[in-house]
Design a protein around this ligand. Structure first.
Ligand SMILES: [Zn+2]
Ligand SMILES: [Zn+2]
Length: 171
């Protein structure tokens, strides 16, 4: 880990890369599954923000949230991978791969206690600022909206249609 290629331009101590994820996958496979799980494609996704990770056992694809793991770090990255691996482990045995009682049992066995849920996912940042042309009240939203001010009229009224003031910068 001292090679220059491991240096991370953003300056994070533990950059989240698919290479790192693959290394963890191999270690965890040996530790908890006798190395029997098949290889799995792992993508670090900037778009996955509502959940820590996701796996498609049939196509052997795992997606891990970049923002979540940049926030919680490498130990949590291993936890997420291990959680997703249990889904795959069940599928490989021809068993239902959801959060079944067997899933929970294995979860306890691998030391993830009874944790089915990820840590709290940070709220996505607000991206738009709107203002009511009548009362000047402002709202921040994550998505574009097409509605009118609730202070000025309880039902939709085009006279109080929110106007986009500005797009807030990301990050
Ligand atoms: Zn799960
Ligand atoms: Zn208003």
């Amino acid at each position: 880990m001292t090679q220059a290629t491991d240096l991370n331009p953003t300056g994070l101590a533990n950059p989240i890369t698919s290479h790192l994820a693959q290394e963890l996958y191999k270690d965890l496979n040996r530790q908890h599954f006798e190395g029997k799980l098949p290889e799995c494609r792992i993508e670090i996704s900037a778009r996955l923000t509502r959940t820590a990770g996701k796996i498609w056992p049939r196509t052997r694809l795992m997606r891990l949230s970049r923002s979540y793991h940049e926030l919680y770090g490498q130990a949590e990255l291993a936890n997420t991978i291990l959680h997703e691996m249990i889904h795959l482990w069940l599928h490989e045995q021809g068993l239902p791969s959801g959060h079944t009682s067997l899933f929970r049992h294995k979860l306890l066995q691998v030391g993830l206690d009874d944790r089915l849920r990820a840590l709290p996912v940070p709220a996505r940042p607000y991206r738009y600022l709107y203002r009511c042309p009548t009362c000047r009240s402002e709202v921040q939203t994550r998505r574009k909206i097409n509605s009118s001010c609730g202070h000025c009229d309880r039902v939709y009224n085009p006279r109080h249609h929110f106007k986009l003031v500005k797009q807030l910068t990301e990050k």
